[in-house]
Design a protein around this ligand. Sequence first.
Ligand SMILES: Cc1cc2nc3c(=O)[nH]c(=O)nc-3n(C[C@H](O)[C@H](O)[C@H](O)COP(=O)(O)OP(=O)(O)OC[C@H]3O[C@@H](n4cnc5c(N)ncnc54)[C@H](O)[C@@H]3O)c2cc1C
Length: 489
Amino acid sequence: MTDDAQVERARGDAPDGVLVIGAGPTGLLLAAELSLAGIPVTLADKATERSGQSRALSLQPRSVEILHSRGLLQPLLDDAVDQVPAGHFAGLPVTLDYSSWDTRFPYQLGIPQARIEQHLENHLAARGIAVRRGLELTGLTQDAAGVEASFADGTTMRTGWLIGCDGGRSAVRKLTAIDFPGRDGRMSAVVADVVLDDQRAESSGRWQLPSLVPRDGAVLTLIPLGHGVHRVLFTGPEQQLLVREDPIGFDEVSEALTNWYGAKVVLREIRWASRFTDAVRQADRYRAGRVFLAGDAAHIHSPTGGQGMNLGLQDAFNLGWKLAAYLNGEAPEELLDSYHDERHPVAAAVLANTRAQGVLMIPDDDIACLRETFLDLLRIPEANHRLAGVISGLGIAYAPGDHPLIGRRMPDLELGDGTTVAGLLACGRPLLLELEGFAAARVLVRPDGYVAWATDDPEGQPDTDSSNASAVWSMASSSRSRTASSAAR
Ligand SMILES: Cc1cc2nc3c(=O)[nH]c(=O)nc-3n(C[C@H](O)[C@H](O)[C@H](O)COP(=O)(O)OP(=O)(O)OC[C@H]3O[C@@H](n4cnc5c(N)ncnc54)[C@H](O)[C@@H]3O)c2cc1C
């Protein structure tokens, strides 16, 4: 370990401070959550400035809900490109009906990732937290009392806890020797933001869900981003012969567009382009001592269905309040392990569904029959509802309990006088709701909006052997939390 005199302390004294590595969507939301709970947080990123590039283009309904519950949604709504009232599975032409779920936001919010990051960064800046840029993590050691991080420019920081939100090639994951089992990509594709001459009769300028049904061994989809810019994603036989580092030339994109649309669409300019694959891997543990992983650092998969950034945001929302509660002395350390226990299966399910979608997109006659079978299933409301819950994130449920609401997300009820559940969650504290006319008489809601405990007995209390519920119960009993009594609407 470096001599203490040379070690810069991450903001706040160890062991209470948290160093977040990576200021993508996951790291930004985690830093916001920790800071909301009064935890000293430092956010470091190797990039000297934002790239302005957006891989993700939309927020799924559950992510919209969680941002709404912290009062972070309005600037995103103001800056969104579109609202798409459905989701898709493998681009099949029967869409997923998000309105079959009880939510205020039954749509994907079309907003490029770069704008989400910018708004979250603005929010942090307003709380006095600036992203420390140009800091590339290259070394990490930990002992019983803290973590020491070293950076490429020679900076070292001592902190209590460290969270790796540093993307799919995570240095944090490698430096903590956390395994990342899975497989490499089997197909390669191109994503590019382009300027076009677009003469297609059906081109409405509105966002449409991508059609990913293969034609002549290729798949292409085009999404308008506004201001004359389109997102194009494509793959075909030629892309399978190229490696990720191969440059993407004007001719490669132009040819893909012409093969798909003929002369109706002419490429004028490429703003940025990148190759991606359907590699699928997941960290086998999300915690190593005082170090956690979240977002792409913990899981990678193909972008089909638009789920990766959403997973990362929801990892952040799950870990943030737990680590803060522990550091504030409000919860036992076991609560920290529930982060892996809850989030690992959620990401494993996303990895599985993206693999299934990948199979449905293979250009093959037998797979075409499988697509037809799947389409028939998607027309059945119950099947459609279930898959809509998977892709939107609205169907996520954690460990069940002895009441059907336990583990599920709490609906955003109106509680009278303009008060809503989401509004009461804005301060990031748990809520104890005493309700009439609802599915339970008393509901204990975690800061991330999931039900920790519920009962039909107005005098009931959670079991003390349920560590998650009893930790939230004792947090809710503190003066900083709210108890609301109301007739639910
Ligand atoms: C083509 C494509 C389309 C996609 N579309 C969607 C979509 O529609 N919806 C969706 O939900 N998801 C989508 N995704 C996935 C989404 O982009 C990612 O899941 C998301 O960016 C993950 O966010 P993150 O914050 O975990 O990681 P990242 O966004 O990768 O951020 C990691 C940050 O860590 C920094 N960093 C890396 N290494 C270090 C280091 N050693 N030291 C310090 N800093 C470091 C990086 O500079 C970066 O800022 C798509 C992905 C692709 C490839």
